[in-house]
Design a protein around this ligand. Structure first.
Ligand SMILES: NC(=O)c1ccc[n+]([C@@H]2O[C@H](COP(=O)([O-])OP(=O)(O)OC[C@H]3O[C@@H](n4cnc5c(N)ncnc54)[C@H](OP(=O)(O)O)[C@@H]3O)[C@@H](O)[C@H]2O)c1
Length: 284
């Protein structure tokens, strides 16, 4: 498991351990000790390494049956080309040379962000498709935990939210826990082999989401509209990959995500009742 100390990776590791499968986690020397300790408590074998260090990936993949990768550098170092792209490509190569049976890669829907992070995701997907490893590319919708949080401008606790673009475009929403369940259960569903699998809970526009929060909490939200043109200008003016990626992602959110069979896949992958935006609002 690469990305084991992250939000999604931790959830996936918990489910792997619950299934009684052996678990090996690549952890960085700089990782949060509490998160590393939690992995140890799950019984994970820990291998120190980094996506930028190919030898460490060879050590991590040696003898492994399945590789899950959720890793991303967007939150911490923001080294998108070196980690999300070159590093993940290194991991695919290491997994192929170690003859792993399956590579489960966490990606996101085509948002047309024009940003380095989306470029990286597509490059890794392409490398997997071209390789002879059996793979599952899981393209997940927007995580509630990211996009309904103050970090992305959705600060319901303080009554203010940013709305990207007109807020009318539909988006696919999903909870981290449901992505984790789908990722682990994909190993048991033959149709996920060598496939791009879309996973999504509900389709709602930002305006729908805001209305749901207002109705459930009984409090109105002050909405700050961020025009798509401003986001495009921010992306194009920046020379920093993380800033370009965040602005690009927000631009993608403004444009909406493609409709698809994400809800159907989620059910087939064992998520009988997906967490809804109303569930999130009722906990807010
Ligand atoms: N947020 C969304 O709406 C959304 C939607 C669809 C897909 N996704 C994808 O979901 C995945 C998981 O997201 P998340 O929220 O779990 O991310 P996260 O909490 O930021 O976790 C990132 C993980 O990657 C690891 N990492 C960072 N740089 C690394 C490097 N150089 N070498 C090895 N590991 C490295 C981190 O390790 P440390 O703990 O050491 O930093 C951490 O374990 C990402 O790939 C993201 O693109 C997200």
């Amino acid at each position: 498991m690469v990305g084991a100390t992250g939000f999604l990776g931790t959830e996936i590791c918990r489910r792997i351990a619950e299934k009684g499968m052996p678990l090996r986690a690549l952890v960085r020397e700089s990782a949060d000790p509490a998160r590393v300790e939690a992995l140890r408590e799950l019984g994970a074998e820990l291998v120190t390494g980094d996506l930028r260090d190919r030898a460490s990936l060879d050590r991590a993949c040696a003898g492994a049956g399945i590789v899950f990768s959720t890793a991303t550098s967007i939150i911490r170092e923001g080294e998108i080309s070196a980690v999300d792209e070159a590093g993940q490509l290194n991991l695919v190569d290491a997994a192929r040379e170690a003859r792993v049976e399956r590579f489960v890669y966490i990606s996101f829907e085509e948002l047309g962000t024009g940003a380095p992070l989306e470029h990286a995701k597509r490059a890794v997907e392409e490398r997997l498709r071209a390789s002879d490893i059996s793979y599952t590319i899981l393209r997940a919708g927007l995580f509630h935990e990211t996009w309904l949080s103050a970090a992305t401008g959705f600060d319901a606790a303080n009554g203010t939210v940013n709305m990207y673009g007109s807020g009318e475009a539909e988006l696919s929403w999903i909870a981290l826990a449901d992505v984790a369940t789908a990722a682990v259960n994909s190993l048991d569903l033959p149709e996920t082999e060598d496939a791009v699998v879309h996973v999504a809970g509900e389709r709602l526009s930002y305006r729908d989401v805001i209305a749901a929060f207002e109705e459930v909490t009984g409090r109105s939200l002050a909405v700050q509209q961020v025009p798509a043109e401003a986001l495009a200008a921010q992306r194009d003016a920046s020379s920093d990959e993380r800033e370009q990626s965040f602005a690009g992602l927000m631009l993608g959110v403004a444009a909406g995500s493609p409709p698809g069979d994400g809800e159907e896949w989620l059910r087939r992958l064992g998520v009988v009742r997906a967490v809804t935006v109303r569930d999130v609002a009722s906990r807010a």
